[in-house]
Design a protein around this ligand. Sequence first.
Ligand SMILES: Nc1ncnc2c1ncn2[C@@H]1O[C@H](COP(=O)(O)OP(=O)(O)OP(=O)(O)O)[C@@H](O)[C@H]1O
Length: 259
Amino acid sequence: MSESTEHPLLQCSGLTFSRVNRLLLDRISLEINPGEVVALLGPNGAGKSTLMRLLLGLEDASAGEVLVDGKPLQDYNRRDLATRVAYVPQSHVSPFPYSVRQVVALGRLCSTGLLGAMRPKDHLVIDEQLQRLQIFHLAERPYTEISGGERQLVLLARALAQEATLLLLDEPASALDFGHQARLLMKLKQLSEEGLAVVMTTHHPHHARMIADRALLLRDGQLLDQGKPQEVLNRSTMRALYGISELELDTFAAAGWEL
Ligand SMILES: Nc1ncnc2c1ncn2[C@@H]1O[C@H](COP(=O)(O)OP(=O)(O)OP(=O)(O)O)[C@@H](O)[C@H]1O
């Protein structure tokens, strides 16, 4: 009988992180499986970006471990890791006027290598992602001269160009207009149906309800709760998470945003 070799795409246990004597993450354990969309919610300063940075090995945990495909994160070199995990940071402004196409092409480095020449397949993938996110018309524009929302889409295209199996997105919709938010969410759902796993931080419970299979609620560096968005994102958890009052929740409900 063959032994199963299936692992979660990403797993962390007891992940703890302190900075300047402040505990920013306290024993976080979670796992992410193929095809899942996971929304990470929590108030400003809860530790969402910090958690992402630890999951990417951009910060070293004080305790606990991260496994990618069952293997410790520290056993990967950056290039190998980039073929598995792609990251879109919260904001990024390049000081160099690379064209949008050149920025997206950076996503192919894990496949071509730093000095490797671009192959026809690489150009194809870049074009595909520019088209998928409806930013093909921006391809030759300098990245430094496009809007914040457009930059978010370019960074997502760069991440998709890596063809990784897990996408970590830090507030991917924060600068997008209403139409682009809807299109982005639908695309993320579609990608998950193709087998990718998506973890995204969001300040919009409705975004989590629209596409996430699971919501993780983080407060003061601790995992408060997790589960199906329809179950865990309710008035009681919104109050606990954000310190929002019933009256304030009523104003959302009155506008049709009932939880
Ligand atoms: N470079 C830093 N040095 C010290 N403390 C930091 C640093 N960066 C972040 N922090 C602190 O770590 C805590 C968690 O920050 P983090 O950016 O992870 O929160 P977040 O949940 O992503 O917040 P937001 O929703 O505002 O983006 C905050 O209290 C923040 O002040």
